[in-house]
Each structure stands twice: as structure tokens, then as C-alpha cells.
Design a protein around this ligand. Structure first.
Ligand code: SAM
Ligand code: SF4
Length: 358
């Protein structure tokens, strides 16, 4: 079982060693929270570190990949550090690195360490497909990683090959096991729920929470893939998922969860939790606290937003921190009331979730 004590001690120690500002003194509205017109405050930044991936999940990327942007179009290490610093000064206290597959990025530990040591940042998290987790987790924990979300849609190796178009279930499970035996504080399994694919495995996934203090999260399929497999009848709505698991598990008790976990349960005295995320139904929007930055440096104020603010070009054009701060505040201020309104503002032409970061 994982224990949290060592990591807390370590974090307090490393927090003493703050990084100095990358850009020197700034005239930012120090720590004035980022807000929108509906009174929501944004303190959780998700940054996609790349578009490339070592899997090809059917609902995310075509077999042949997407039209990946060249390296020079993606944010550099220094640009990412600058945005972390800037947003942290504007009240961001939680960072998640995602992708593409963030474990393919060699400087991941450096980025985690920078974010973890930066004043105002309370926690640094990672979303990964877990293939390379076993190899890299020690180094990530040393850098200050507090939480990991591992994406895993099936516990069956043939089905794993089918959905990811690659081999590797054993590697993901080894990564999960190592994470559970480590000092990492928060472990979540992201399971995209798909009718006639993994609905017969919900119970097996829930079973993992019996002895392990992890959260298994069943997530609605979203329409972010060029092949639109979500139109093929695989979509399984949150209400149906809940009804389905309640039918199969007697003692599913509602409990409190994080703001992003709308429906959250524990089975009897199980150690872990079960969450159902209405990612497509979008009933969570009122609680939204997220800023999203794509691998090529575009700021999105909503997963479903059709508008992007190009922070990469702003930085490359020599804009100063105050100007970029204005761009960030203005973008977030314009956030629509919910993801439905955001989606209605234009045509989505994204080829893959890797271009948004999930
Ligand atoms: N490669 C990493 C991974 O799979 O965890 C990080 C990036 S991935 C885009 C982030 C999350 O988005 C994963 O949990 C994945 O399952 C989810 N995702 C991707 N496409 C999706 C879709 N069409 N609907 C719902 N979730 C999706
Ligand atoms: Fe890769 Fe994650 Fe997309 Fe799967 S969901 S193809 S692992 S980026």
C-alpha cells in the first residue's frame, strides 16, 4: 500500500528551495486570482507536453497518427517554465502535465521539479498511459510528483491491443503496481467507458479499489477523434454508467470527492473510490477551475472551446509578462457558461484529444 508520509516531509523540504524568477521582476497583479464573468476562479493548469504518443487509442488517434506539428511549433522547455511561473503568480496552485504521452518527454522530471519548487504551486500531477511509468516513477517522485492518473480501459490483454492498437497491458499494470507501492499520494485510473467494449469490466475495475487506495474513474467518451468512433454507439452516458454499476454492486455509497469528480462513491469498507465523470454531458461546468495549454502553446478556456489564444507566438514576438498576463485574463474572462455554449461557437476540427491534452 502507498504511504503519504515520506512525500509530505520531502515536499516541505524542497519547498524551501524556491526557484528564482526566470524573467526577473514583473509588474503582475501579484496573486490576483484569474476569474470569469460567472465568478469562477481558475487555479488549475493543465499543460500538454507533446502530441506524440506510443499508443494509438481508437477514440483518440488514428493508426497512422495525426499531422503532428514539428518540434519548433511546440512549446520549448523554457517557454513552459515561463508559463508555469506566470500562471503561478496569477493564482494557479495545481499543475497537471499531460499530452500526447508526457512520459516520452525527456525533460519531464525537470518540469515537475520546477513546478513543485515554485512558490504558490501546491501540487503537480501527471496523466499518462502508464507504459513507461515503471521505469520512470522513482525519478518523477524525487522531482516532487504528487499524483498520477493512469489511463487504462481494459484489464484484458487482447482488448488492450484492440483499443490501443499496441501491446503493453503488462507494462501498464507493472507501472500501476509500482505506483501503488510508492509514496505517491494520489493514484487515479482513467477508464473511458464504452458500451460493448468494457462495460462488462466495470466490476473488475471497482474490485481494484477493495485493497488499494486508488480512485477508479469511469469517463464518458468525448467526440475528439477524427474517426468519430463515439458515433458508433459506444457512448455510455454517466447516468447509465451509475445505474449499471449500482445494479451490480450492492453497497455503493456516495461520498465527497474533488471538484472534478462529480459522482463519487465508495463500496462498503473498500479502501479506494469510484468516480463517474460526465465529460460529454458537461454537468461539471459550474465547478470548472481549469486553464488548458496545448502542446503548441494555445490557451483554451474550455475543453470544448473553439477559440484559442496563442501564447507561444506572444512569447516569441517578445511580449512581456504583463501583456501575456492580460491575454490570459482576457481569455478566461470570455469563458462561456458551459461546454455546450463553447462548442456552439464554431466547428470543431480537431483530429485528436492529444491536441488538447484531455
Ligand atoms: N497519453 C496520456 C493518457 O492517455 O493518459 C495523456 C493524454 S490523453 C489525451 C488524456 C486523457 O484523455 C486519457 O485519460 C484518455 O483516456 C482521455 N481521452 C482521449 N480521447 C478521449 C475521448 N475521445 N473521450 C474521452 N476521453 C478521451
Ligand atoms: Fe495516446 Fe493517451 Fe491518446 Fe491513448 S489517449 S492515443 S495513450 S494520447
Amino acid at each position: 500500500m502507498k504511504s503519504s508520509a515520506p512525500v509530505i516531509g520531502k515536499r516541505m523540504e524542497t519547498k524551501q528551495k524556491k526557484y528564482n524568477s526566470l524573467r526577473g521582476a514583473s509588474t503582475l497583479l501579484a496573486h490576483t486570482p484569474i476569474k470569469d464573468l460567472f465568478g469562477r476562479t481558475f487555479n488549475y493548469l493543465r499543460i500538454a507536453l507533446n502530441e506524440q504518443c506510443n499508443l494509438r487509442c481508437m477514440y483518440c488517434m488514428p493508426e497512422e497518427g495525426i499531422d503532428f506539428r514539428s518540434e519548433d511549433k511546440l512549446l520549448s522547455n523554457q517557454e513552459i517554465l515561463r508559463l508555469i511561473e506566470l500562471t503561478a503568480q496569477m493564482g494557479v496552485s495545481k499543475i497537471r502535465f499531460t499530452g500526447g504521452e508526457p512520459l516520452l518527454r525527456k525533460d519531464l522530471s525537470e518540469l515537475i521539479q520546477f513546478a513543485n519548487n515554485y512558490k504558490h504551486i501546491d501540487s503537480v500531477h501527471l496523466t499518462t498511459n502508464g507504459l513507461l511509468l515503471e521505469k520512470r516513477i522513482d525519478e518523477l517522485i524525487k522531482s516532487g510528483l504528487l499524483g498520477v492518473n493512469i489511463s487504462l480501459d481494459t484489464l484484458n490483454s487482447e482488448k488492450f491491443k484492440k483499443i490501443t492498437r499496441r501491446d503493453g497491458l503488462d507494462m501498464v499494470l507493472s507501472g500501476l503496481k509500482k505506483a501503488m507501492g510508492s509514496s505517491i499520494q494520489s493514484i487515479k485510473l482513467n477508464v473511458v467507458a464504452m458500451r460493448d467494449f468494457n462495460d462488462n469490466e466495470f466490476i473488475d475495475f471497482i474490485g481494484l479499489t477493495k485493497e488499494n487506495d486508488i480512485t477508479v474513474r469511469f469517463i464518458e467518451l468525448m467526440p475528439f477523434d477524427s474517426h468519430q468512433i463515439w458515433k458508433t454507439g459506444k457512448f455510455y452516458g454517466a447516468d447509465h454508467i451509475i445505474a449499471d454499476i449500482k445494479n451490480q454492486v450492492d453497497e455503493l455509497n456516495p461520498i465527497d470527492g474533488s471538484r472534478t469528480e462529480h459522482h463519487i462513491f465508495r463500496v462498503n469498507d473498500y479502501k479506494g473510490k469510484v468516480a463517474v465523470i460526465p465529460a460529454y454531458s458537461r454537468s461539471l461546468c459550474g465547478e470548472c477551475n481549469r486553464l488548458r495549454i496545448t502542446a503548441d502553446g494555445k490557451l483554451l478556456n474550455c475543453l470544448y472551446s473553439q477559440n484559442e489564444t496563442n501564447l507561444r507566438d506572444a512569447m516569441r514576438d517578445g511580449k512581456n509578462n504583463t501583456e501575456i498576463e492580460d491575454m490570459i485574463r482576457n481569455t478566461m474572462k470570455k469563458k462561456y457558461i458551459d461546454g455546450w455554449e463553447a462548442q456552439n461557437q464554431g466547428n470543431d476540427n480537431r483530429e485528436s484529444m492529444t491536441q488538447i491534452g484531455g
